[in-house]
Write a protein that binds this ligand. Structure first.
Ligand code: H79
Length: 447
């Protein structure tokens, strides 16, 4: 099918910027906006829904909601501390909400009055964060919600001529904000679009293609998520010919592919994002209302994503005072400690192409295949099936300690579990070689 606004490219990008995006593998999301002030509570009532959607749940008017700007004064905010926390956690990039659905901008945008500049705090939060993260060697990605509840010209659908005119004005406003972000903060590596699911955007697929091109002209190498895009027929993420639009798929939100059945995702780049509670992105004062994942559950999702050739972004919702809640600080520390020891199996690693086993996940970097063991077997044997013409030459822990490898059948091995109990998921590094020499000691059964 002939498409004007479909995929710009077939297959993965392999330039240095995309390679860096991919090799980073672990990121943090920061959801920070006015919603951190009420923290899920409006007029004495606590709403269980996502805190950054509180305006919708409590049916607060735009005017009342934006009054919160008068209370935006995060006295404990210290961009350097945030950068240190991210660095200690081992994330290689941070995705920051420049503007969420509410419309409040963390930078002093010239195109709206609803920004940090008009709050008691006044300072350019985004600018401070970009500087601090970059100084810590961490890439900054911008989250940007196209849907903007604060803007009178935003429409969820186009039904009248008036809607059409308003929405075209809205798209121009959005272009201006995006150009502003790209020129004020030229070290930004990625734009991650959200709030693009409405009919109004689906009817203006041309604009999504235009935005991607515009940002890539302003910032060569920048990466863009698939969620921005809609094609000529309003088809999103993947165009009407089934080709991915944007540079990586961003549909995995609070879920992951099936590690056995969904291997098709290894054909393109993708990035998943997750919340620590069931569904809270912005700060919510009561985390007891839903299940909160423990650090090993978070780790498992990180490893699972990398094992299928994806990135994982773990979300944080800082408090209105500029500090992080203790649960998030603690989780970041635990993940960081693990990454410090085991990061070798995450950064720059990819799908290994080996059949998944019940003890955990494989990742791969060149001739090293990593086994990340989440389920320690009572048999004391970790079973492995290798692809044809692959041999395991060595198995070690990351500290170099050798483990026993036994060939058990054609293309099958056991690695003995280490004697020590790590009390956490542990990693085994397999060195492999490809060779056509197949042992002829195995006989196929005639059945
Ligand atoms: O920023 C975080 C969320 O606030 C945002 N994306 C992450 C990263 C997000 N939340 N929900 N969605 C995206 C999907 C939107 C779902 C919707 Fe609805 C279904 C919008 C309209 C119908 C749920 C139900 C929200 C309002 C009604």
């Amino acid at each position: 099918m002939e498409l004007q606004y479909g995929a710009d490219r077939l297959g993965k990008r392999y330039d240095a910027d995309m390679q860096k995006f991919r090799e980073n593998r672990l990121g943090a999301f920061i959801h920070w906006g006015l919603y951190a002030i009420p923290g899920g509570e409006w007029d004495g009532k606590i709403y269980n829904g996502a805190a950054e959607w509180l305006k919708a749940w409590a049916k607060v008017s735009v005017k009342d909601w934006l009054q919160l700007i008068k209370q935006w004064n995060p006295q404990k905010f210290d961009a350097k501390k945030w950068a240190k926390m991210a660095k200690d956690m081992g994330v290689r990039y941070v995705k920051i909400t420049t503007k969420h659905h509410e419309g409040f901008c963390l930078w002093p945008s010239k195109f709206t009055e609803y920004t940090v500049a008009n709050s008691p705090y006044k300072k350019d939060i985004l600018g401070e964060l970009v500087k601090a993260y970059n100084e810590a060697g961490i890439d900054v990605h911008f989250y940007f919600s196209v849907m903007d509840w604060s803007h009178p010209d935003w429409r969820s659908n186009i039904k009248t001529k008036e809607d059409e005119a308003a929405f075209q004005r809205f798209l121009t406003f959005t272009d201006n904000q995006l150009k502003e972000l790209a020129t004020r903060y030229p070290t930004v590596k990625d734009f991650w679009f959200d709030g693009t699911w409405d009919e109004s955007i689906k009817k203006n697929g041309w604009w999504t293609a235009h935005v991607e091109r515009m940002l890539k002209e302003l910032l060569p190498g920048v990466t863009i998520n698939s969620r921005l895009r809609a094609d000529d027929y309003g088809k999103r993420h993947f165009d009407s010919n089934g080709h991915l639009m944007g540079d990586y798929e961003s549909a995995y939100e609070r879920r992951l592919p099936d590690p056995v059945k969904d291997l098709r995702v290894t054909k393109w780049d993708w990035e998943a994002c997750m919340t620590i509670p069931e569904n809270q992105w912005g700060y919510h004062k009561d985390w007891s209302l839903s299940y909160v994942k423990n650090p090993v559950e978070v780790l498992e999702r990180i490893v699972h994503a990398v094992s299928m050739g994806g990135n994982m972004v773990v979300n944080f919702g800082p408090q209105a005072d500029g500090d992080f809640r203790n649960e998030e600080k603690e989780l970041a520390k635990v993940i960081g400690k693990w990454m410090q020891k085991n990061g070798e199996c995450i950064y720059a690693c990819d799908y290994a192409g080996w059949e998944k086993q019940d003890w955990g996940y494989y990742t791969r970097k060149k001739n090293c295949v990593y086994m990340i063991v989440f389920n320690r077997p009572y048999s004391q044997q970790l079973a492995i099936k290798v692809p044809k013409e692959t041999q395991i030459t060595k198995a070690t822990l990351l500290n170099g300690e050798k483990l026993e490898v036994i060939e058990t059948a054609r293309n099958e091995y056991n690695v003995g579990v280490p004697k020590q109990d790590f009390h956490e998921p542990f990693v085994i590094r397999l060195e492999i070689k490809s060779s056509k020499e197949t042992a002829n000691k195995y006989h196929e059964a005639l059945t």
